[in-house]
Design a protein around this ligand. Structure first.
Ligand code: BES
Ligand code: ZN
Length: 796
């Protein structure tokens, strides 16, 4: 493979030279050429090479160190007014070939011997040599382990670093801009990395095979982070944590990202998928176990439960669409770099993670981990397909009672898209499954080898008692009744703690019994299940499988709820209603309803924070606090409006001494701007114009969109077209945020229609799909549909 490299031809006019080593005789080169389309350098030999002989292929080439975020690329930043350049790499999935010619496929593992010759920046390993009359340094690296090309990385920089004490087993270093390191922004990462590495060493029962683990924060970085073996690269916001200005959400992100990349050191790096069609083995795995890693270092966060929101729910949403795709695709469907890149998506990450969580739940974690360990041992430094994993798990399964082999169970989850909705009729004990599609009238876009039937592990409880797991193996087969599910007055709850990747529907009586239980004593139902009841109900209602009024009744008990997960689940669905009805005559009633539900939570949190002055110790309560304040302000509660306005005023009076805790800023200020007028808006706008910090600028870009004043929103939209006003990289955000605001939505739509050609011409960063999606996503009527079809089409 070779892409965007310019070769110096040999005297014979070839791109390469071939020499035999250790007595081997190299065949002559007939012809060499570049296949630009498929990114190959072709070397045609007069004879075939011989197995067991060693040959040396030599090439001289040049590439541009462009700031294109791919292959070997350039990144820039300013330090004390001086421009600094960083040369760094991003190979995955198919850009190692843009750094050097290579066999750029995950299964073609090799040992890399690398020597870099670079400008004489201060580095700790140095040999000075002279090259083209310049004094340069030469850095020679130890040979790598046997590894895939997409995991190779090297960075040349003037960064500083911090490191673990000399006596530690594995040397851990955090690299970043000198000022960031001096400010202590790498300290948090350093404090958790070694512990997470230790956790994975024992979870996988496999030693980290390198003597060191470097992690580096880069200004210009396309993904969130990249698991290069021994030198993990991160976007700055994914590695650096500033205890003063970062929020607990930021801390969570840094922790999960680090855990995710460290998980790859085994799953991905030591054992690699054979080809990209099984990318989910890499990414789904890292996604799942990253939550275990974070849980180990932050046991009070309840992060394993949060995974259901961040991964499972996201996957449900994506995978209930008829255009979804199976986790593992046939190899033929994944050939070109574009097809490979398209696989880094919600299915691969979130569904992959959720399905593995299900597998671990029904096998139990110790058995699952034992299987992984055996798998890693057998396939270390090699490549695998998913059946290798099923095979190993099958071997260690031991006493776990299963209705079929692991591969029979799991193939149904990974070789067909979608997931089932399980319907339980407690009047008869009947239990059935159907492919769940959010649009009940749609048909899946591809056929399935298993006819959209799954082997579903049904964990369930009856009136609060956990019952034996039941396996639902058919759609409507003979065994479609399970007698214990038949009840008179007791409620049945299935998929306890969302341990399976499916939704559940019940007969009306059982729904009613669940609702009663929620109202009388919700604590009998586990917290994740409470969140799930709400989410299932709303999604079933949207798919016309139950009445929306039933879904709404799952919210009745919320006045008693203090936990974050059910609230978050409810708020996601409530927002749809809030946006639909804000400008209708039912708004006042809706606001009243909202307040009646959130008032107790609001006051509870207000109390335990001594009138919002003290920081909550609980991670999820901090999120709760934001939800409660947002909702109370949406409900128009004076207490809340006055509070946010007052906070905002304090900030305006003293911009340098901001009294609001960072994790609360976006919510508080957004509501402050919404409750305020042009003075509040101007204040934030002036700060944006002066802002130098990325995170601060993004916060301001968001809160500016929160005003309810059309003239300000229009002004904001107009500024967006002027790069002197709104920075180009923020243009997408402006459209998105303004369109998310109920007042702003029609304005954004009118604006982009009127200015479309301008937007396209000026704004390289504005993407067609994002813009169209965000400006129309709240449309819900026939009239609006016609509007998009008619006006939308003329504009493009
Ligand atoms: N291997 C990926 C990085 C990657 C993503 C490379 C897309 C090429 C294309 C890495 O392990 C990863 O998954 N990073 C995530 C962050 C993670 C915390 C989910 C990312 O970059 O978003
Ligand atoms: Zn990953």
């Amino acid at each position: 493979h070779s892409n965007k490299l310019n070769y110096t031809l040999t005297p014979e006019g070839h791109h390469a030279k071939l020499t035999g080593l250790e007595g081997a005789k190299a065949p002559a080169i007939n012809k060499t050429w570049l296949e630009v389309e498929t990114q190959y350098l072709v070397i045609q030999l007069s004879e075939t090479l011989q197995v067991g002989k060693i040959y040396w292929l030599y090439m001289e080439f040049q590439g541009e160190l462009a700031n294109d975020l791919r292959g070997f690329y350039r990144s820039e930043y300013f330090e004390d007014g001086v421009k600094k350049v960083v040369a760094t790499t991003q190979m995955e999935p198919t850009d190692a070939r843009k750094a050097f010619p290579c066999f750029d496929e995950p299964a073609m593992k090799a040992v890399f011997h690398m020597t870099l010759i670079h400008p004489s920046v201060k580095l700790n390993i140095k040999t000075t040599i002279t090259l083209r009359n310049q004094n340069v340094l030469q850095t020679k690296f130890k040979p790598t382990l046997k590894m895939s090309t997409y995991l190779v990385a090297f960075v040349v920089s003037e960064y500083s670093s911090i490191r673990t004490a000399a006596e530690t087993d594995v040397l851990v270093r955090i690299w970043a801009r000198r000022t960031a390191i001096e400010a202590g922004h790498g300290d948090y990462a350093l404090s958790i990395t070694g512990r997470i590495l230790d956790f994975f060493q024992s979870y996988y029962n496999s030693k980290y095979p390198l003597p060191k683990s470097d992690q580096i924060a880069l200004r210009d970085f396309d993904a969130g982070a990249m698991e290069n073996w021994g030198l993990i690269t991160y976007r700055e916001t994914s590695l650096l944590y500033d205890p003063i200005t970062s929020s607990n959400k930021d801390k969570e992100w840094v922790s999960t990202t680090i855990a995710h990349e460290l998980a790859h050191m085994w799953f991905g790096n030591l054992v690699t998928m054979k080809w990209w069609n099984d990318l989910w083995l890499n990414e789904g795995f890292a996604t799942y176990v990253s939550y275990l890693g974070v849980d180990d270092v932050q046991p009070t966060w309840n992060i394993k439960d949060l995974m259901v929101m961040t991964e499972t729910h996201k996957a449900f949403a994506f995978d209930s669409n008829k255009f979804s795709h199976p986790l593992s695709l046939p190899e033929e469907e994944v050939k070109t770099p574009a097809q490979i890149n398209a696989l880094f998506n919600t299915i691969t990450y979130s569904k992959g993670g959720a399905v593995l969580r299900m597998l671990s739940e029904f096998l139990s974690e110790p058995v699952f981990a034992r299987g992984l360990s055996a798998y890693l041992k057998q396939f270390a430094y090699g490549n695998t397909v998913y059946t290798d994993l099923w095979g190993k798990l099958q071997e260690v399964r031991l006493s776990v009672n299963l209705p079929a082999t692991i591969s029979e169970i799991m193939n149904r989850w990974i070789l067909q898209m979608g997931f089932p909705v399980v319907t339980i009729d407690t009047r008869t004990g009947n239990i059935t499954q159907n492919h769940f599609l959010s649009d009940a009238d749609s048909k899946p876009s591809r056929s399935s080898p298993y006819n959209y039937e799954w082997f579903v592990p049904i964990s369930w409880m009856k009136n609060g008692t956990v019952m034996d797991r039941y396996w639902l193996l058919e759609k409507n087969g003979n065994d479609s009744t399970h007698d214990p599910l038949k009840t008179n007055s007791e409620w049945v709850l299935a998929n306890v703690n969302v341990s399976g990747f499916y939704r559940v529907n019940y007969d009306p009586q059982n729904w009613q019994r669940l609702l009663s239980q929620l109202s009388t004593d919700h604590s009998v139902i586990p917290v994740l299940s409470r969140a799930q009841i709400v989410d299932d109900a709303f999604n079933l209602a949207k798919a016309n499988m139950i009445n929306m009024s039933l879904a709404l009744r799952t919210l009745s008990y919320l006045s008693e709820e203090r936990e974050y997960l059910p609230w978050q689940s409810a708020i996601k669905h409530l927002n749809t209603f809030i946006n639909r009805f804000r400008h209708t005559e039912v708004n006042t009633k809706m606001q009243k309803f909202l307040w009646s539900k959130v008032q107790p939570l609001f006051h509870y949190l207000k109390n335990i924070t001594a009138d919002w002055t003290e920081i909550l110790s609980s991670h999820t309560n901090q999120y709760n606090q934001l939800n409660a304040i947002s909702l109370a302000c949406t409900a128009g509660v004076e207490d809340c409006l006055d509070l946010t306005k007052m906070w905002y005023r304090q900030w305006m009076k003293n911009p340098d001494k901001n009294p609001i805790k960072h994790s609360m800023r976006s919510t508080v200020y957004c509501n402050g701007i919404a409750a305020g007028g042009s003075e509040e808006w101007e204040f934030a706008w002036n700060l944006y114009k002066k802002s130098v910090d990325d995170a601060e600028a993004e916060l301001l870009i968001y809160i500016l969109s929160c005003t309810r004043k059309p003239e300000l929103l229009n002004r904001y939209l107009n500024y967006m077209l002027d790069p002197n006003m709104v920075q180009k990289k923020h243009v997408n955000y402006v459209i998105r945020h303004v369109a998310n605001n109920v007042v702003g939505q029609p304005l954004a739509w009118d604006f982009i229609r009127a200015n479309w050609s301008n937007i396209l011409k000026e704004q390289k960063h504005a993407s067609f799909f994002t813009i169209l999606y965000f400006t129309t996503k709240s449309f819900s009527t026939e009239v609006e549909l016609k509007k998009v079809c008619k006006e939308g089409l003329t504009m493009f």
